[in-house]
Design a protein around this ligand. Structure first.
Ligand SMILES: CC(C)(COP(=O)(O)OP(=O)(O)OC[C@H]1O[C@@H](n2cnc3c(N)ncnc32)[C@H](O)[C@@H]1OP(=O)(O)O)[C@@H](O)C(=O)NCCC(=O)NCCS
Length: 201
């Protein structure tokens, strides 16, 4: 598989980061089932129970390198390896923008995984010609809002949700936070390694 990365988290855990492939449907469904109801709501904005719907699965897996990618972060030492995932979707009406979403299992948050996945989304979107990544979060989702802010997203309230925006060609505007330093470090390390061409073999 192109773009399969073997990486080490800051706590020393070896992980694999790669695009989702069609055969990952059961993996994604099981990861969805394992999320807490709150995390599922924060990521998917719906309280529809533990079973992911076919439409959502299709939406995650129907990828192409210019309009949508989803990557997974896997811990190969675990019986169930799925730990996190991230996607971007290009905005059909504003093709210089893509919507970002990131999900990390509850017990694996604050290990730097969201920031690593953001770096991968940044590189793959930038390679596809996207100029801005835009992340949306509910106001009460303080974890996501803090994370997006600490990773340099410029935030504003649109009357319903918080909207964070990253300009992908400008690392100079990243804040002086540990999370932004991690992000810049991953961007520098992964930039030359990620092709951003999706899930082909
Ligand atoms: C938001 C989310 C993706 C962050 O992923 P993560 O792997 O926990 O984030 P990281 O470990 O990379 O965090 C990096 C930094 O962001 C900030 N941050 C992350 N979570 C935070 C929290 N709960 N409170 C305060 N700051 C937080 C911190 O500065 C953190 O650095 P530190 O841990 O060294 O202090 C994760 O919490 C998540 O999956 N939440 C549920 C789904 C969701 O809300 N997704 C976002 C909307 S699409």
């Amino acid at each position: 598989m192109k773009d399969r990365l073997e990486l080490t988290l800051r706590d020393g855990a070896p992980v694999i980061v790669r695009p989702l492939i069609e055969e990952d449907r059961p993996l994604v469904a099981e990861a969805y089932r394992r999320l807490s109801p709150d995390a599922r709501y924060q990521r998917f904005w719906t309280r529809t129970g533990e079973m992911i719907g076919k439409e959502m699965l299709d939406r995650l897996l129907d990828q192409d390198a210019t309009s949508h990618l989803t990557w997974a972060l896997l811990d190969p030492a675990r019986e169930f390896p799925g730990v996190g995932g991230a996607s971007w979707w290009r905005n059909a009406n504003k093709p210089d923008e893509a919507e970002l979403s990131v999900m990390v299992l509850d017990d694996d948050q604050r290990r730097g995984i969201g920031t690593l996945l953001l770096a991968v989304m940044w590189i793959t979107a930038f390679r596809a010609g996207v100029e801005h990544l835009v992340g949306y979060t509910l106001t009460e989702n303080r974890s996501a809002a803090n994370w997006m802010r600490d990773c340099g997203g410029a935030g504003e309230w649109d009357g319903y949700k918080l909207v964070f925006r990253w300009r992908l060609d400008n690392l100079d505007s990243l804040p002086e936070t540990p999370a932004a330093a991690d992000l810049a470090d991953w961007l520098a390390r992964l930039g030359p390694r990620v092709l951003g061409c999706g899930s082909s073999s």
